[in-house]
Write a protein that binds this ligand. Structure first.
Ligand code: GDD
Ligand code: MN
Length: 351
């Protein structure tokens, strides 16, 4: 098999020569049939000129900064290999892992390999807390769609056949997640890597990338009809829970004669429990016995968090925006429902 490795560059003059040399050495030492395709977006620092002096690489010069994902796709268009790969130019990704990602595909153990920072043996060096938190939150949100632990990494390889006739067009940085959602593959394998924050140059990730990411996430919903279905089931279960709650509150208070604050507590617990059972077996299709105790606790915690969020939004809408409190509550329930669903999908029932 042949590997076509794309390196997108934007202002990487301090890094690019060193990286290409390292990759070429890796190819040679390990007898990997590989080519390097650099896609430069007319970097103001002159990366494009430096590239012209390097031997045995393909170069694409684009007219301006058109974005990381589209650079990767343009690079692949020029590729001869049947395995397509990508790697950052800033020496953040370990070149010594290229062979493992490639050979895993060559040996037929997987058709999609990912240099993963979030599985055992993988790590990140040199990121500040803010960057770590951002990455973690993005990864967490992606769990709605995939079980892959690091769907945000910029280092991966995929068999060309897997994306044949696929419409791939993410905006921004996160091309991998889109491939995970849309490509036709049999097996993904995550291979641990250590990501080392760049020493030279600046990161190009910013607020714009976050907005693109959220937009992309919403855009993937039609590809994952299952998630939409689960959401509606979850909402129905919530509705049933509300009826149960009020019914038991009424019965215990009026017919059994229990003090209404106590019956409210009991009815809340009963409704939550029935919600849990219904969501477990119906919405998320799990065996009722699977980790039931632990999951019941998790479900309870998410429910209580959703309740708090509901109250906070109710207060904000009513007091700050001056909306009539019943309308506020309808909006707030909507928000809380989404959070409640995401929390349980990502955490309680993530498997
Ligand atoms: N051609 C081109 N055009 N290249 C770009 C562009 C662009 O608009 N934007 C960024 N690049 C190149 C950079 O030159 C670098 O080689 C690579 O894409 C990654 O960009 P960085 O700016 O170094 O991104 P990062 O380190 O913040 O993000 C990396 O880690 C993320 C995971 O946390 C990337 O690998 C991301 O893809 C990844 O999601
Ligand atoms: Mn980087």
């Amino acid at each position: 098999m042949k590997l076509s490795l794309v390196i997108p560059t934007y202002n990487e003059k301090e890094n690019i020569q060193k990286l290409i040399k390292k990759i070429q050495e890796e190819f040679k030492e390990n007898e990997i049939d590989g080519e390097i395709i650099v896609v430069d977006d007319n970097s103001p620092d002159g990366t494009g000129k430096i590239l012209e002096e390097i031997k045995n690489i393909k170069i694409i010069h684009r007219k301006g900064k058109l974005g990381l994902s589209s650079a990767v796709l343009d690079g692949w268009k020029l590729a001869d290999g049947n395995v397509l790969g990508v790697m950052d130019a800033d020496l953040s990704h370990p070149t010594e892992k290229i062979k493992e990602l490639f050979w895993t595909i060559e040996k037929g153990e997987a058709d999609f390999t990912i240099g993963s920072r979030y599985i055992k043996g993988g790590k990140i060096e040199g990121w500040n807390l803010k960057r770590k938190l951002m990455s973690k939150s993005a990864t967490l949100l992606a769990r709605v769609y995939t079980k892959v632990k690091d769907p945000m990494t910029g280092f991966f390889m995929i068999k060309r056949d897997c994306i044949k006739n696929k419409e791939i067009s993410p905006k921004g940085f996160k091309i991998l997640l889109e491939l995970i959602i849309k490509a036709d593959y049999k097996k993904i394998k995550e291979i641990p890597i250590t990501f080392i924050n760049r020493v030279e140059g600046k990161s190009k990730a910013g607020t714009k990338e976050i907005l693109y990411y959220i937009k992309n996430l919403v855009g993937y919903l039609p590809y994952k009809k299952n998630v939409i279905k689960e959401f509606f089931k979850f909402a129905i279960v919530g509705g049933i829970g509300m009826i149960i709650n009020i019914l038991i509150l009424y019965l215990l208070t009026e017919k059994v004669g229990i003090y209404y604050m106590l019956s409210a507590t009991i009815s809340f617990i009963v409704a939550m429990t029935s919600n849990f059972v219904l969501n477990k077996v119906w919405t998320f299709k799990e065996n009722i016995k699977l980790n039931a105790g632990k999951k019941y606790m998790q479900f309870g915690l998410v429910s209580i968090s959703a309740l708090i969020i509901n109250l906070v939004f109710l207060y904000l809408f009513t007091e700050i925006f001056g909306i009539y409190y019943i309308i506020s509550q309808i909006l707030a329930i909507g928000f809380a429902l989404i959070i409640n669903f995401l929390g349980n999908k990502i955490w309680t029932f993530s498997k």
